[in-house]
Design a protein around this ligand. Sequence first.
Ligand code: COI
Length: 364
Amino acid sequence: MGITNRASVHSPSKPLDPTTIEFGKVFTPNFFLMKYADGSWQEPVIGPMQDFQLHPAAIVFHYGQAIFEGLKAFQQDSGRIVIFRPEMNARRFNLSARRLDMPEVDEGLFVEACAKLVENERYFVPASPGSLYIRPSMIGVEPCIGVRSSKEFYFFIMTLPAGTYFKEVTGGAGSVNVLVSESVFRACRGGTGNVKAAGNYAASLNIITEAKKKGCVQVLFLNAADRAHIEEMGGMNVFFVREGKLLTPPLSDTILAGVVRDTVLQLARDMGIEAIETPLAIREVLADIRSGRITEAMACGTAASITGIGSLQTESGEVIRVGSESPGPMTNGLYHQIRGIQYGQIPDRHGWITEVCTLEPVAR
Ligand code: COI
């Protein structure tokens, strides 16, 4: 079934300045919506953004049947608009859908819907260092207070002009302070930690609020079973540089397989860096940072791109500074590689770029 386009093409009333856009608060005028009812997906439509009118008993409100994805479109110097690795998000979306007992979305349609929406909203893709953040989501909307899977769903995609995710990062990779969450855990074996369930993020909000009170903007989660090994952050994967080698925890059913995580591993190997997926005990990592064996740490995610970690703080208040607290050479090198590919300044050797359209100026 083709995508119906009922949207007009708009352009922003004033030029978008990616250095001042607050992440997550600015939306483009149109969105994509496809409803599921009577056992099948209905007509996919791009049209003006609208509020949803949902029954207060909609399953998403009570039992959290909600999943999402995050990917980005970039405006390259030539005016070409591209999306970075959308097929990985399509695949992971269906992994999440299966885990939360939701209907799968055809992966070709997922990518086409993102591309067609981005093309429609093309004048809202800020130039470098900005991007257009794409947020596909699915929610169970059937009114039912019985605990069971919804029989009706909305799959929708919004787009948001974006600058940096962390307002503390004003240029380049930047760096942020991170709290080690020793008392709150985001995932357990057999749970939903390896999929993008909205509830995973709900469970991380209280400790993120606590972190902010302590001067940190993010948290680092540990394995809930052993309370000893590092897993990931609240929406990003984590890497460390120890004696020139790049280290990250191996994937498991408690860690989300990040698209940027996968990209960083590949880019590091392309750059001749030894990149190792290995269990990392927090006690050893903190000792290695204190002794200077670990010189860099970084958070990697679609929204955050690659951001340096300036310090780790324990819940008892000890602050362990990482290297010089500024992004180190490997963080900067990887950041410039990924950004170079996304903005078309470095060749896309791995076929990560999906072309959407080329920007033509319009009269406002
Ligand atoms: C993303 O990076 O796309 C996420 O979904 C994580 C969230 C912190 C915005």
